[in-house]
Each structure stands twice: as structure tokens, then as C-alpha cells.
Design a protein around this ligand. Sequence first.
Ligand code: PGA
Length: 240
Amino acid sequence: MLIAGNWKMYKGASEAAEFCARLRDRESELEGTDVVVCPPYTSLHHSVAVLAGTSIAVFAQNVHWATEGPYTGEVSAPMLRELGVTGAIVAHSERRQLFAETDETSALRVEGALEGGLSVIACVGETEDEREAGETESVLRRQVEALRTVVDEDHLDRLALAYEPVWAIGTGRTAAPEQAEEAHELIKSILDAPVLYGGSVKPDNASELLSQRNVDGALVGGASLELDSFIEICRAGATA
Ligand code: PGA
């Protein structure tokens, strides 16, 4: 079970270091779960330093496909690895919706990150309009197919997908466990990798979601920003 905290654009360097120190002090409570935190770029160095020697991994929230080049505002896999960052989220719906990330650029990023030695959490998920129009399956198929074509079999052990229905992100509305299970089963039938659920995961709904057969972990936004709720979700992962 993998529980990843996506901090989005929250927690600058000193706040991140302080949070990681408190998380480190409670590492024994995380036993039985693989735990990842995903701070903003400027907080990565501090987070890696504080969590060194623990089993808690630090991932970035995005990564470019090239190793270097004229890409203003972007960061590459070798640059992240030099810091001690071991993975990255790719294609989060906020990147797709607000920053013009497409299936094509998402696939390039996943490919570049895996080739660059990083682990990847690649996000897919339908919008509310798409679900209401009965397009959930076709959207997921399109998004996952785009990733499948670029993933080298040898790198599969470093890839996880995250099913994040856009209508459930930051809204307090989670997918019903059966809806998540159905989507995860579909995703795995196209690309055989662990699939995390994301979208308003909280301490009080984590156990039910995580106990679904094809739910292999969670990508947690809001509830990962507060230590007690994040640890509670990690513990739900250990017992699910
Ligand atoms: P949320 O965010 O848990 O706040 O809904 C999840 C995500 O965006 O990864």
C-alpha cells in the first residue's frame, strides 16, 4: 500500500522541514505502508535532508522529459535525483486543466522520468461533465493508453497510476468505493501497474476506499497537509 501526500503549492522550505521532522518522529506509526511526500520544488531539498535515513520518500509534483535544455520554468529528472528526490507526480489534473498538460506531454514526462531513474505517479481521471455524459470509460482508456505506449516493461516496477476523478479533487466529494473499484479495474486492464485513488481522501473514508481489491494506495491532497490526518490515512493503508 502506497500513501502519497500531494502538498500542491503549500508549505515553503521551513514549514516543510518542520512538518517532515514531526513526521520523522512518528515514523514507527507508519509501519506497513510505503509513505511519500510531494512538496513544492523549493521545499524538496529541506524535505530530503530531514527525512534522510527514514523509509519516507520525497517526490516532486512534476518533471520535464528532457535532461536539460531551453525550457524556462521546468525541472529535469537528473536535477531532482541530484537532490535525493526519488520520484515525481506527473499529469495531475491541475496540470492538465490549468497548465495545458495534454495526453501527449504527460506521456513524454512519464517516459522521461522513468528513463531518468525516477519513480512516477501518473494521474488520470474524468471531469464531472465527462462522467455525466457517460464518457468515463472512454476518457480513462484514452489517458491510460497514451501512457501505456511509452512505458518500457523494464520500468514498470517504478510506475504507479492514480485514478483521480476531477470532480472529487478538493471538493469533499469522494468517488463511491464501487466507482473507484470499477475505474481501477479498467485502468489495470490497460496498464498493469498499481493504482492509487485520489480525490478527497480523508481519515474517515480512507479505510473503505483502501480496502477495495484494486485500490493499491491513495494520493492525498488536503488531508496530507495536517500531520495527524496524514498519519491516520497511512495507518488505514497499513490495515486495509
Ligand atoms: P484532495 O486532492 O485530496 O485535496 O482532493 C487530491 C489531489 O489533488 O491529488
